[in-house]
Design a protein around this ligand. Structure first.
Ligand SMILES: Cc1cc2nc3c(=O)[nH]c(=O)nc-3n(C[C@H](O)[C@H](O)[C@H](O)COP(=O)(O)OP(=O)(O)OC[C@H]3O[C@@H](n4cnc5c(N)ncnc54)[C@H](O)[C@@H]3O)c2cc1C
Length: 520
């Protein structure tokens, strides 16, 4: 995936079949689907791929046990099917994870046991294994720090887990492999129109500071919580489609939650589900559901959200986690579709919605990472109809994503690159110094920087530390410490100078300080 080469295509192609605005799960899924159908596809992302919500999820590939409790069977069945497809198509980025619900009454043990039995039944042939009831002794053996007081046992069930930002990159690379053109740091600033219909976009390349007029048969707005700003460009009178809801996660050392099973707390006092799950050798705890009026590219965890997670985690464990123990805090905004009669965002539907404007602009939002493929299918079907493109069926269900391999085991430091790990290893053979780590406590090495700049369109220190590696989310302080060496390694690869290095380090430190859980 080469940015310069892709930018050259912008002048070569006079009219695209489909332009996709937004390079998160939704937009990238659409780019893969449209490219696979043979449509001339261009995707423009204003920042880096997955800079938005798609790098800030709970990292679950799941049907959503909570949606079952809400009675949204359709969404659960759809998501469980998609879970099965994703686990098969991206084994290098997903894995099967066991979850335990601790039960503090016999009623709850049976209630959740039956619920999870139904959850598993709904996955039909794509079942990952039946849930089972556990004794108190077994729960304590599997989760040594679970609060034993009044514990009556638990229920173990199976779901999926993944690396969200790396999956987004795999989608970008897959679209690219299929002939699609994807570009990061390209912001759409205007919609081009003729006779009231959208016929393209105006977009700025942040890197070269050049502006491009790009024509297309149809334009899809897949900008997550930002969809309303694109709808505004189309018609300033359109009413808002999205109500953002913030979710926060804390990342802590494994000693606060040892073991290989994930904890699932089915009902907190605001009706949320709280997870604590192993991820990149640390534990991710979350999440919250806070309605917000401000939509920001870099949302910041609220004090009460951090306190909420600490309180509930400490209630269900004996860990006695404190703020100072938190390695990183990250926040994301759910693009929930507005409905007039919902008072709480935790009750709002996680279904996706497609809006076709009078101008033929197609907008898609809502949904979940797990259902990105189905969302893409629905969006491309609509786009093909609107633009009268040749009828080609969606064929992504069994499409292996870029790097797909089962060769590398989970835990191998290069496993998320899948088949591309070979390239990184060969770089190290050529120059053994590239095996050096960027931080003494983490496996990420300099060869990965070289690989990501050359083949994954990494352009900034943040791209490397937040989304190519996940160090910012795993340990914000370590990421801040590594920033200068990362900038120094990137500068010659990007033909940049010392001033660029200094500016990159400064802007990364400022961003990363928002991931520290220090009390305000
Ligand atoms: C806290 C939290 C936890 C979650 N956990 C899970 C989970 O465990 N499992 C699951 O399945 N789902 C989960 N989700 C849901 C999932 O993360 C989202 O549904 C999904 O990431 C949304 O992707 P998106 O592409 O629609 O939006 P985004 O990822 O936000 O992508 C939109 C992109 O559009 C770009 N953009 C905006 N304006 C422009 C413009 N003018 N020009 C070009 N580009 C533009 C933005 O920069 C952004 O990158 C979670 C969500 C949250 C908030």
């Amino acid at each position: 995936m080469n940015r310069t080469f892709n930018i050259e295509k912008l002048t070569e192609v006079k009219e695209w079949d489909i332009i996709v605005i937004g390079g998160g799960a939704t937009g990238l899924g659409i780019a893969v689907d449209a490219s696979k159908r043979g449509f001339k596809t261009l995707l423009l992302e204003k920042s880096d791929f997955a800079k938005g919500t798609s790098s800030r999820s709970t990292k679950l590939v799941h049907g959503g046990v909570r949606y079952l409790a809400q009675g949204n069977i359709k969404l659960v069945v759809e998501a469980l099917r998609e879970r099965g497809f994703l686990l098969a198509n991206a084994p290098h980025l997903t894995r099967i994870q066991q979850f335990i619900i601790p039960a503090y009454s016999y009623f709850n043990k049976w209630f959740y046991g039956v619920g999870l039995f139904v959850y598993d039944l709904l996955s039909r042939k794509l079942s990952l294994g039946q849930p089972s009831l556990l004794s108190k002794k077994t729960v304590l053996k599997k989760m040594p720090l679970i609060n034993p007081k009044k514990l009556k046992g638990g229920i173990v069930y199976t779901d999926g887990q993944f690396d969200d930002a790396r999956l987004a990159l795999a989608l970008a690379l897959t679209a690219n492999d299929l002939g699609g053109t994807v570009l990061n740091y390209f912001q759409v600033t205007q919609l081009l129109k003729k006779n009231g219909k959208v016929i393209g976009v105006v977009a700025d390349d942040e890197w070269s500071e050049k502006t491009f007029e790009l024509h297309a048969k149809v334009v899809i707005n897949a900008t997550g919580v930002f969809v309303d700003s694109i709808l505004d460009l189309d018609d300033p009178n359109t009413s808002a489609m999205v109500m953002p809801s913030q979710g926060v996660h804390l990342v802590v050392d494994k000693k606060f939650f040892p073991g290989t099973d994930a904890l699932m707390i089915p009902k907190t006092n605001d009706g949320r589900v709280l997870f604590a799950l192993p991820w990149h050798d640390r534990v991710v705890i979350g999440t919250t559901d806070t309605p917000l009026n401000i939509i920001s590219e870099e949302p910041i965890a609220l004090e009460e959200e951090i306190e909420f997670i600490l309180l509930h985690f400490n209630e269900y464990t004996t860990a006695q986690l404190k703020r100072k123990d938190v390695l990183s805090v990250f926040a994301g905004l759910r693009p929930l579709v507005k409905t007039s009669n919902k008072t709480s965002t935790s009750l709002a539907s996680r279904d996706h919605t497609i809006l076709v404007s009078k101008s033929n602009l197609i907008t898609i939002t809502g949904g979940k990472w797990t259902t990105y493929r189905k969302m893409a299918k629905d969006a491309v079907n609509n786009a093909a109809f609107i633009a009268a493109l040749p009828i080609v069926k969606c064929s992504t269900r069994n499409l292996p994503l870029h790097g797909c391999t089962k060769e590398l085991k989970y835990g191998d430091p290069l496993s998320s690159y899948g088949a591309d790990a070979k390239i990184i290893k060969s770089m190290i053979v050529e120059d053994p110094a590239l095996a050096d780590k960027i931080h003494p406590h983490y496996d990420y090495c300099f060869a990965e920087i070289l690989f990501s700049v050359k083949f994954e369109m990494a352009l900034t220190v943040e791209d490397i530390l937040a989304r190519r590696s996940r160090l910012l989310l795993v340990d914000a302080r370590a990421a801040m410490e590594a920033a200068p060496v990362v900038a120094h390694a990137m500068a010659p690869l990007l033909n940049e100078d010392l001033a660029w290095e200094e500016e990159q380090v400064k802007s990364f430190q400022s961003l990363a300080s928002g991931y520290l859980a220090t009390a305000s």
